[in-house]
Design a protein around this ligand. Sequence first.
Ligand code: ADP
Length: 395
Amino acid sequence: MSARNILVINCGSSSIKFALVNEAQTTFPLQGLAERLGSPEAVLHWQFGDTKESLSLPGTSHQSVLSKILPLAQEAAGGHLDGIGHRVVHGGEHFTASHLVDADVLAGIRANAHLAPLHNPAHLVGIEAAMELFPSLPQVSVFDTAFHQSMPPHAYRYAVPEFLYTEHGVRRYGFHGTSHRYVSKRAAEMVGVPVENSSWLSAHLGNGCSTCAIVNGESRDTSMGLTPLEGLAMGTRSGDVDPNLHSHLARTLGWSIEQIDRTLNHDSGLKGLSGLSNDMRTLYEAHMAGHPGATLAFEVFCYRLAKSLAGMACALPKLDGLIFTGGIGENSAAVRERTLEHMKLFGFQLDAEANARCTRGVGGEIQAAGSPRILVVPTNEERQIALDTLALLDA
Ligand code: ADP
């Protein structure tokens, strides 16, 4: 059988990210992004091999841009596209694993839309359009939350009245599950321990950031909660704040719920603290040049990450290693170093040279002799979605 091809689609409210994954190739034969959909500036960018192209599509809808993407994928796959894998943010308690899309799955995604009002409806548009355009291709949905459904109640329940959980689904769900799952399996392979008898701390640090405790291939706790705002300080998200901050801002400043939401999700985190940027590269350069806001943002980011990882350790029976992944985790030796300086009791010691070497897709172990393992593992959510799709096709 020749190597199979899966088109991976991440359909957002105004954008569609896509990649063609071939099971035998490490790079994507085709990848791209359609953005500002529905606006006069809508545009489709794609890279096919070494060739980059863009197409302006003013006012185009999700459906019509998908009708452009699918033939591109067919061409890149040499006419042999085997299936489509869709990233879905919120599976609530309905989904503990990836699923072949059918009417029940669509209903489940719809039923959880109140938990991810910006994301799930957009995913549905993408899935339904792809099903219409390619009715004979199997479609699979892969949920960010599914991996964390193995958390025990003491990790996923909030200390609030029970009916808020039983009647309204107020609990911790966690996100980035596809990434935490992928990197913990990769880490086990890299160091030669069986994943079903392994324990990891994982830090996914991109624009959104989360930590996770993973035991025997299952999530036991994670830092994000009901929404992806809980936990670490992120690019533009505040992470944990005193829950009374909401009523405080409403009372003292007269802010509306929308204004509070917007501030905590879009104007906080690294951006809010630094007053400069949400981008760790820019901030680190400014920090080195003496910008006080950038220094504060860098310090808060690393300290809160260390505190979260130390807390996650409560869920582990042993530690096989600490994993760094995501744009910041994979590239910033400085963030890794500063974070570990706050975790003295764990005995982590970096090998400075190995730490500096791990950047731009280079992964590996970066601890000094005698230290618990520290790994940089490039994440690949698209590949994990394709692997799940292939596994369901095989089943
Ligand atoms: P997303 O969550 O949108 O997928 P990424 O995983 O690409 O985002 O991560 C984006 C973050 O990674 C940004 O803060 C960016 O500055 C940071 N990053 C990328 N390269 C580097 C680098 N060399 N040093 C420090 N931070 C980096």
